[in-house]
Design a protein around this ligand. Sequence first.
Ligand SMILES: C[S@@+](CC[C@H](N)C(=O)[O-])C[C@H]1O[C@@H](n2cnc3c(N)ncnc32)[C@H](O)[C@@H]1O
Length: 198
Amino acid sequence: MDLAVARSPQSLFLRELVAQPASVGAICASSPRLAARMAALVGAHPSGLVVELGGGTGVITAALLAHGVPPHRLVVVEQSAALAEHLRRRFPDVCVMQGDAAELTDWHAAGRLPAGQDGLPQPIHTIVSGLPLLSIPAPVRQRILHAGAQALAPQGRLVQFTYALRGASPWQASGLVRQHSERVLANLPPARIDVLGH
Ligand SMILES: C[S@@+](CC[C@H](N)C(=O)[O-])C[C@H]1O[C@@H](n2cnc3c(N)ncnc32)[C@H](O)[C@@H]1O
């Protein structure tokens, strides 16, 4: 990666957008306002893992840390190798998994996510998703929805943003129930945040 791109997260984001438009699914990273609302909707997180799907350049990751999520309980999943490398450099104390979000259940079952202080696997109490579910091909989307709903702990909470201001959340097709919805107009384009649970 050349130095100019390494120094500018926005250049990196645009480069990935040109290379994989459906996978990135946005013209720019989320606004600070959207990231802050996503983090606020995580609520209290006394135990277990917080897993962010589709970390991008780390705007929401930074908001989660600023909100008080401890870095050792935060896992960020990012498919793009270049973005995953950027995230590892930017957040050295956070576990960054490079790969497909559909692998979440397998990684969890295989003990590849951070263990608790007792050495045991930790439940995933929160999933925060910036995945562009509507532009991801249907078969891949189905696997992601299945994995996310399976991995989420029984009392867990899933927070997803979308640019579709109306309609059901794709997560509802996986059996999750929408508990809250709000719009964030201070974003390009304006977005909706859905909070879901079992
Ligand atoms: C709309 S961007 C959001 C980035 C960042 N969270 C933000 O809000 O600015 C979507 C991100 O999801 C990643 N992504 C897309 N499909 C993925 C998948 N199947 N597994 C993991 N990450 C994926 C893309 O590479 C991209 O970084």
